[in-house]
Ligand binder design. Structure first.
Ligand SMILES: Cc1cc2nc3c(=O)[nH]c(=O)nc-3n(C[C@H](O)[C@H](O)[C@H](O)COP(=O)(O)O)c2cc1C
Length: 166
């Protein structure tokens, strides 16, 4: 999915992320809280998600408030990752300038050794976020370009459905 956030000046930023889970609280993703997006979310805890299925001609758009999971939940997510993924996440200074790729390779090796010695180790920056939606739009392509658009907007405890012009 594409996660869009805004920086402190309101300028948009977007990148692809893995959707980790979907439940009654929203759409979940994991990243480093020290990354660019992590810092943006700290300043402006609001985001949009975009999903696109080319073969189905389908798009889903989500907008909402971003909530940060508890440290325990983030740690559980981190520990559930494979050794290689944990080593990279532990070593990474995500979104910081990298002078030389060898610096990253060495840091990952050190992190891997640390994780092998202490399997319970968790990256202090690992964070789990959910987008708690206030607006979701389902978009279905039509061969005659009269695409179907159905928007759900949160209103109190209920959702208001609205068809939109393509
Ligand atoms: C298919 C794909 C999946 C990705 N999944 C994640 C992810 O789950 N978490 C993450 O932090 N970065 C993920 N990335 C890397 C991000 O796109 C991005 O490069 C990184 O998070 C840094 O973004 P930022 O500088 O805006 O914080 C993924 C990239 C791709 C192409």
């Amino acid at each position: 999915m594409t996660l869009s956030t805004c920086d402190a000046l309101g300028r948009p930023d977007a990148r692809v992320l893995i959707l980790k889970d979907l439940d009654e609280q929203g759409w979940w993703f994991a990243t480093s809280s020290a990354s660019t997006k992590g810092q943006q979310l700290e300043q402006r805890p609001t985001a949009a998600l975009t999903f696109y299925w080319r073969t189905l001609g389908r798009q889903v758009r989500v907008r909402g408030t971003v909530l940060t999971a508890s440290d325990e939940r983030a740690a559980a997510d981190f520990r559930a990752r494979g050794l290689g993924a944990r080593a990279v996440a532990l070593a990474s200074r995500e979104s910081q300038p990298l002078a030389d790729p060898s610096e990253c390779r060495e840091a990952v090796q050190v992190a891997r050794a640390a994780l092998e010695a202490h399997p319970g180790l968790v990256s202090p920056n690992w964070a789990l976020y959910s987008v708690n939606p206030d607006q979701v739009e389902f978009w279905q392509a039509d061969p005659d370009r009269q695409h179907a658009r159905l928007r759900y907007a949160g209103s109190g405890s209920r959702w208001v459905q609205t068809l939109l012009w393509p």
